[in-house]
Design a protein around this ligand. Structure first.
Ligand code: SF4
Length: 498
C-alpha cells in the first residue's frame, strides 16, 4: 500500500460533469501543445484541413499508448489497496470556459477533497519541454477545481528506473508514486495565466499566418506546420545546413537571406560548406581525399552490421528494466576483398535476453576486419550494454566497438548531394546514390515499424501471419545492410574513378 494512504474505507463518488457552453475547447493535450507552440494549436483547431498531423501527434499517441499500458499495472496495484473503492480512473472534468481534462486516476478522500494521479510511462518526472508533466498536473488541478472539486494531493505515477523484471511484472516494484503536490501547486498561478492566454488565442478568428518564431531555430525544432507558416522558404535553404543556430542563423533571417545561393562559403562552418557548394555547383560535392581517408582506414573483410531493437515502457523479458533497448535482430553482410558477399542474420522468435543474438554474431564475425555501421553511436551503445550484461562476451563485444566505423561520416563532408537536403540519414542517401534499391512498398520500412512488427510477431498465434511478419522483418533488416554495401561500393567507385 502506498504510505500516504490515511483512509481505510471510502465512499465511491461519481464526478459531476459541467455542461460545455463555450465554442472553443482546451484539452490537456491541447494545452501541452499550446505551451510548445501556440500557433500550431490555433492552426489545428481553426484549420484542421491544412493542419499536418505530424510529429507532435505521433509523439502524443506514443505517450498515450504507453500511458494506458502503465495504467493497467496501476489498476492491478490499486485493487490491493484497502481504500481501492475510493479510487476511479479516466473521470472527466469539463468547465464552462471550455477546459476538458480526463484524470488518469483520482481518489475521493473522507473530507470531501480529492487526490489526483497522473500516470506516465517515463522513468522520472519530466518538468521541461516537450512534455512538462507538472504542467499536465497543474492543468488537471485547475480543471478539477473549476469543476467544483477541492484538490488535496497531486501525484505523478511513473516507472521505477531501477526495476528489473523477474517473472511476472510486480506492479509494486514497477511503479513509483511521486508526491508533486508542492511543485504543482506552485505552478497554478502561472498555469492559470497560460490557460487564459490559450483560450483567448483559440477565440481569435484569425492570427498572423505570415511566419512563425521557428524561423530563428534550426530545422530540428520545426514542426510539420513550418512550411505552411513560411511558404516563401526555398526547398534547399539555410535550414538544410547542419548545426546552424544562434546569432548566425538570426542574422541570416534578419537579412532575409534564406536561399543557399545567398550565403558565402566563408560565412559558414567546414561542416556546412559542402552543402552550400553542392547547391551552387548544381552537382554533388565530392572530396576524394576525405573518402580515401575513410576507405584507407578499413581492414577486410568488411562486416556491415545493423541491429533492430525493441524499446518498451514495460520490460518484456526477465533481466531488463523499463524503457530499455532490447536488441532482437541483426543483419550482417560480409564483403570480402575479392568482392564476394555473404549474408548472415538473426531474428529472435520470442522475447529473450540477446545472448543467442550475440552468440550468432560471434559465430559470424571473424577476428579481423572492420565493422561498418550507419550511425555507429547506436550499434556501439548496444554492444557496450550487451558487454555489461554478458561478461563472458565482453571482450568480443568491446572488440567490435573498437573495430566499428561509421559509413554515414562519408556523407557529412566527403560526398554531399543537395538532394540529401542536409540530412545524412540512410533513408535520404540511398534513393539518391543507389536508386534501384528502395524501402518503398515494404511491409516494414523503418525502425519504428520493425519494433511494432516484432511485438506483433511474438504475440501472433496464427502461424501464417507470424511467418509473414517474420519474413517482413528479415527483408527490412537485410535491406539496411545491403544498402550499406551498395553505398560503400558507390563511394569506392568514386575513388577508383569508376
Ligand atoms: S515551426 Fe512554427 S508552427 Fe511549428 S512549432 Fe515552430 S513556431 Fe510553431
Amino acid at each position: 500500500m502506498a504510505p500516504w494512504f490515511g483512509q481505510s474505507s471510502m465512499v465511491v463518488y461519481s464526478l459531476c460533469t459541467w455542461s460545455l457552453e463555450g465554442s472553443d475547447m482546451l484539452s490537456k493535450t491541447d494545452f501541452i501543445q499550446y505551451l510548445n507552440c501556440p500557433k500550431s494549436l490555433w492552426l489545428k483547431q481553426h484549420k484542421p484541413d491544412v493542419y499536418p498531423e505530424g510529429e507532435f501527434s505521433d509523439f502524443a499517441q506514443k505517450l498515450a499508448a504507453e500511458g494506458y499500458q502503465v495504467e493497467g499495472y496501476v489498476r492491478q496495484l490499486v485493487k490491493e489497496w484497502p481504500d481501492a473503492a475510493s479510487c476511479s480512473f479516466q473521470d472527466v472534468f469539463e468547465t464552462n470556459e471550455g477546459l476538458h481534462a480526463r484524470a488518469d486516476m483520482l481518489r475521493e478522500n473522507e473530507d470531501g477533497t480529492i487526490d489526483i494521479f497522473e500516470i506516465k510511462s517515463s522513468t522520472s518526472v519530466k518538468d521541461g519541454k516537450p512534455h512538462n508533466q507538472l504542467k499536465d498536473a497543474a492543468f488537471q488541478t485547475i480543471a478539477a477545481t473549476r469543476a467544483g472539486r477541492d484538490v488535496r494531493n497531486i501525484f505523478i505515477v511513473h516507472l521505477n528506473k531501477d526495476y528489473v523484471r523477474d517473472g511476472e511484472i510486480d506492479p509494486g516494484g514497477l511503479l513509483t508514486f511521486a508526491d508533486e503536490t508542492i511543485r504543482v501547486k506552485g505552478l497554478l498561478d502561472e498555469t492559470e495565466r497560460e490557460i487564459a492566454e490559450a483560450l483567448s488565442l483559440l477565440g481569435e478568428a484569425a492570427i498572423d499566418e505570415s511566419s512563425c518564431t521557428c524561423l530563428n531555430l534550426s530545422r530540428l525544432h520545426h514542426c510539420d506546420s513550418f512550411d505552411y507558416f513560411n511558404p516563401g522558404i526555398p526547398e534547399y535553404s539555410i535550414y538544410s545546413l547542419p548545426r546552424l543556430f544562434g546569432r548566425k542563423l538570426e542574422n541570416f533571417v534578419a537579412e532575409g537571406r534564406f536561399g543557399l545561393d545567398q550565403i558565402e562559403l566563408d560565412e559558414v562552418s567546414r561542416l556546412q560548406q559542402p552543402i552550400v557548394r553542392a547547391h551552387n555547383i548544381e552537382n554533388p560535392y565530392v572530396d576524394l581525399a576525405d573518402i580515401e581517408n575513410f576507405i584507407g582506414a578499413l581492414a577486410y573483410p568488411l562486416y556491415f552490421l545493423d541491429y533492430e531493437t525493441y524499446l518498451s515502457a514495460i520490460p518484456v523479458v526477465d533481466g531488463t528494466g523499463p524503457q530499455q533497448q532490447l536488441p532482437f535482430q541483426f543483419s550482417l553482410h560480409v564483403l570480402h576483398e575479392d568482392g564476394r558477399v555473404d549474408h548472415v542474420e538473426y531474428l529472435a522468435d520470442r522475447p529473450e535476453l540477446p545472448r543467442p543474438l550475440v552468440e550468432a554474431l560471434e559465430g559470424a564475425v571473424g577476428a579481423n576486419g572492420s565493422v561498418v555501421t550507419w550511425n555507429k553511436t547506436f550499434e556501439n551503445a548496444r554492444n557496450n550494454e550487451m558487454g555489461q550484461a554478458f561478461p563472458d562476451k565482453r571482450d568480443f563485444l568491446l572488440g567490435l566497438v573498437d573495430r566499428t566505423v561509421d559509413l554515414m561520416d562519408v556523407f557529412k563532408t566527403g560526398y554531399v548531394d543537395i538532394r540529401f537536403n542536409g540530412s545524412t540519414s540512410i533513408k535520404k542517401v540511398l534513393p539518391v546514390v543507389v536508386p534501384e534499391l528502395s524501402y518503398e512498398g515494404m511491409e516494414i520500412g523503418d525502425g519504428t515499424a520493425a519494433m511494432d512488427g516484432w511485438n506483433k510477431m511474438i504475440n501472433e498465434t496464427d502461424p501464417q501471419k507470424q511467418a509473414r511478419l517474420r519474413q517482413a522483418l528479415l527483408e527490412y533488416c537485410k535491406l539496411d545492410t545491403l544498402a550499406m554495401v551498395r553505398i560503400f561500393q558507390f563511394v569506392e567507385g568514386l575513388v577508383r574513378g569508376g
